[in-house]
Ligand binder design. Structure first.
Ligand code: HEM
Length: 395
């Protein structure tokens, strides 16, 4: 019998369930969505790392299912995250240029300014939803500026990218996904027309130049790259900030320690990533051949996922994994993945998380959680671990 994880109780508090599963199975078959075939999931740190580093697990379904029709795939499937070498290297190389240490350094001042502006918006209010008023706007404005797309359109981006990561078994939902993807695609088409006419110093113009050169980037890959950046910018760092503040609110001794010495912030960010990381599961992988892995017989085409959240709570690697300790020494967490698909945005995400949390603690040292833990609702998604809202008392 396979394990079933798709229920609200699991999303509210997954770590207990993971611990239970790890005690008897580090790599197991799981029912993720009813009606679909079971998936293999790596739960232990060892299994998780092994999957992420093993090139027999491929990302591009076209390399495993030759009969697959292109219309069954989302436009984002042409991005670096859903392809294998050699395409992967070419696509990653093109975007990598925007993520040089120098570029990140340049963004620092800009991120500080955005965080400060959001602080001004909160000032004078008694209570706010920290996600809508702080954690959400900061990474979105940054990614929009990096790409060169108008930040005013962010509510549309949010709707489209939420749809891509949401888990919903309602048959009407897949119709909705199709419709929204068409909308998203039309938006990008329009954007490209404008950017081609008036290129600027941004990632989008850079990618358009690569596409116009011919060989380096196809038009589908250009769409895929833009969608990936918009989704990555919307769904992840938001939850690093919000999950981080929640961990600090619920561990007051750690909060006091950090407020007393803000130089501990780098360690705090790493611990937040480990303890309650924003990406709960890796994206899809497939067995490219039949083989035995961690003692289990896999068939070619089997669907494989990694629970990064479970791996990062494995007591074989982390002492007292259920305790939140911002001064933890050595933390080789997998929150950004591992291997060739290791998060390209990791330095940017770390910087944003650090500035956002630091700025908030300095501006509102007495901010506190304004809900009981059981009232907080987690989003229903297997990719993202994030709250729907984080209500706080400002003073
Ligand atoms: C705290 C925030 C973030 C976390 C926890 C995170 C986590 C991850 C993880 C786990 C992967 C690998 C997925 C897999 O192997 O299946 C990944 C890939 C990626 N991330 Fe992030 N990410 C974050 C922020 C960002 C940001 C801000 C950007 C861009 C601005 C970004 C861009 C990417 C890209 C482009 C990839 C694909 C890399 C490749 O396929 O070679 N991420 N991220």
């Amino acid at each position: 019998m396979s394990i079933s994880l798709n229920n609200k109780a699991f999303h509210q508090s997954p770590y207990e369930t993971y611990k239970e599963i790890r005690s008897h199975d580090e790599f197991a078959k799981v029912k993720l969505v009813s009606g679909l075939a079971d998936s293999w999931v790596a739960f232990s740190y060892e299994a998780a790392e092994a999957v992420l580093k093993d090139n027999r697990f491929v990302k591009n379904p076209r390399n495993v299912f030759p009969d697959l029709h292109e219309s069954e795939l989302l436009p984002i499937s042409y991005s670096m995250l859903f392809v294998d070498p050699p395409d992967h290297k070419r696509l990653r190389g093109l975007v990598q240029r925007a993520f040089t240490p120098k570029m990140i350094q340049r963004l620092q001042t800009r991120i500080e300014k955005i965080a400060q502006e959001q602080v001004e918006e909160i000032k004078g209010k008694d209570r706010v939803d920290l996600i809508a008023h702080y954690a959400f706007p900061i990474p979105i404005i940054v990614i929009c500026e990096l790409l060169g797309v108008p930040a005013e359109d962010r509510l549309d981006f949010q709707r489209w990218s939420n749809t891509m990561v949401e888990l919903n078994e309602d048959p009407a939902f897949s119709q909705q996904v199709q419709e929204q993807m068409i909308e998203f695609q039309q938006y990008i088409e329009q954007l490209l027309v404008e950017k081609r006419r008036q290129p600027e110093e941004d990632l989008l113009s850079e990618l358009i130049r690569a596409e116009e050169d011919g060989e380096r980037l196809s038009i589908q890959e250009l769409y895929g790259a833009i969608m990936l950046m918009i989704v990555a910018g919307h769904e992840t760092t938001v939850n690093l900030i919000a999950n981080g503040m929640l961990a600090l609110f619920t561990n007051p001794e750690q909060m006091t320690k950090l407020k007393g010495d803000l130089t501990l912030i780098d360690g705090a960010i790493e611990e937040i990533l480990r303890y309650n990381g924003p990406v709960e599961f890796s994206t899809d992988r497939y067995a490219s051949e039949s083989f035995t892995f961690m003692g289990k017989q896999l068939q070619k085409g089997d669907h494989v996922l990694v629970s990064l959240a479970s791996a990062d709570h494995d007591s074989a690697v982390f002492t007292e994994p259920e305790s939140f300790d911002i001064t933890r020494e050595k933390s080789p967490h997998l929150a950004f993945g591992k291997g060739i698909h290791y998060c390209l945005g990791a330095p940017l995400a770390r910087l944003e998380g650090k500035i956002a949390i630091q700025t908030l603690l300095q501006a509102f040292p007495n901010m506190s959680l304004d809900a009981s833990l059981s009232d907080l609702e987690w989003r229903q998604s297997f990719v993202i671990r994030g709250l729907k809202e984080l209500p706080v008392k400002v003073l």
